[in-house]
Design a protein around this ligand. Structure first.
Ligand code: GLU
Length: 407
């Protein structure tokens, strides 16, 4: 279902860009799609088998790149869609990678730290056959952390018999991580918003759905820059505050009570209600398929920013476009994460590490350049921003495919 949505986006974009037959054919199938079982010894002595996946979707532009998701809803179909989106995303932000993705069907919150370590090392023992610093480079995604990347990098290094920091990104700083990586997804999205508000007239009231790593940092960046965050939500529910949240206080509440709707004096609401609040900018930072043909007409925000992957379905996309909304698509808005992953990998390869402001300045330059390249196509071809970003990416993938495709 998610993969079908991704293919629908591709079909729509193909009407506006001329591709060689080889590119069209290659983009229909993943290069490799791998499902495996991960046996884990649980703390109570029993053995439990988890299902793991890794998909390398397309490697025309370089080694495949993309995160690993731990979530009870993970399926091979979803991982395939996410790997396809990574292919497009890496081409939009113009880094020399193809796209990949991985996952484990699991609720990581139900595991102890030791079980989580055994599971993560187990994933790498199986995925060892397909990942590698010049082949396929994983990273964090939903519910995976720097600690998990550290265990996986260590496991890979043990199997190889040498230190291999370049096999995975999003690592802790002590193990070859990059300064700025932890908040790069949000920072990239923030740079997009800063560019967008110079072109589209829009107010300062912001609603953020999802308060994980990306959503929380986005709240910090926007509220620190004169925007007013009036509603936020996490998986447990939403919170609304007319006068706007104090970011530091919100973080304290989230850390202490593990939910944003414990914020004193806020109005509680569901995640669905939160999407329909009257506001100027709606940031989608949770999961796929939250804006559908059922609720798209009720979205009041003028600008929509997709920090999550795939939060708007193709049918909803058409409705939002028809209603005059300006949507900054996932493949551009959240590409700051993989962009700084690329910087981390470059630093690992050269064994020389950059200062935080150097990383952020390089990210800013890339985001502004590719935001504007997308915006120009949006204007010239009179297409929505998602289709414009696809057109930009497909042109780049097509060039690489043309230059090497001879089978
Ligand atoms: N999981 C993130 C994404 O969807 C980051 C991937 C990466 O850094 O490789 O873009």
């Amino acid at each position: 279902m998610v993969f079908e949505n991704a293919q629908k986006q591709l079909e729509k974009a193909k009407k506006h860009v001329k591709l060689v037959q080889e590119t069209e054919e290659m983009l229909k199938y993943p290069v490799e799609a791998f499902t495996f079982s991960i046996p884990v010894r649980m703390d109570n002595g029993s053995l439990k088998v988890f299902e793991g996946h890794r998909v390398r979707y397309n490697d025309a532009r370089g080694p495949t790149k993309g995160g690993i998701r731990y979530h009870p809803g993970v399926t091979l179909d979803e991982v395939k869609a996410l790997a396809f989106w990574m292919t497009i995303k890496c081409a939009v932000i113009n880094i020399p990678y193809g796209g990949g993705k991985g996952g484990i069907t699991v609720d990581p919150h139900k595991l102890s730290k030791a079980e989580l370590e055994r599971l993560s090392r187990g994933w790498m023992r199986k995925a060892y056959r397909i990942v590698g610093p010049d082949r396929d480079i994983p990273a964090p995604d939903v519910y995976t952390t720097g600690q998990i990347m550290a265990w996986m990098m260590d496991e890979y290094s043990i199997l190889r018999g040498e230190y291999c920091p370049g096999v995975i990104t999003g690592k802790p700083l002590s193990l070859g991580g990059s300064l700025g990586r932890s908040y790069a997804t949000a920072l990239g999205g923030y740079y997009c918003v800063k560019e967008a508000v110079q072109k589209i007239e829009v107010g300062k009231k912001v609603v953020i759905q999802g308060f994980g790593n990306a959503g929380a940092h986005m709240a910090r960046l926007l509220s620190g820059d004169g925007f007013k965050v009036i509603a936020v939500s996490d998986s447990k529910g939403g919170a609304y505050l007319e006068e706007g949240f104090d970011y530091d206080k919100l973080m304290q509440v989230k850390e202490k009570d593990k939910r944003v709707d414990a914020y004193p004096g806020c109005k509680k609401m569901s995640n669905e209600e939160l999407l329909e609040i009257g506001c100027d900018i709606l940031v989608l930072a949770a999961l796929e398929n939250v804006v559908t043909k059922e609720n798209a007409d009720k979205i009041k925000a003028k600008m929509i920013v997709e920090l999550a992957n795939g939060p708007v379905t193709p049918e909803a996309d058409d409705i939002l476009h028809k209603n005059g909304k300006f949507l900054i698509p996932d493949i551009l808005a959240n590409s700051g994460g993989v962009c700084v992953s690329y910087f981390e990998w470059v630093q690992n390869k050269q064994g020389y590490y950059w200062k935080e402001d150097e990383v952020n300045a390089k990210l800013e330059e890339k985001m502004i350049k590719e935001f504007n390249a997308t915006f120009d196509i949006h204007n010239e071809k009179k297409v929505d921003m998602r289709t414009a970003a696809y057109v930009l990416a497909l042109g780049r993938i097509d060039e690489a495919t043309k230059d090497k495709a001879l089978y």
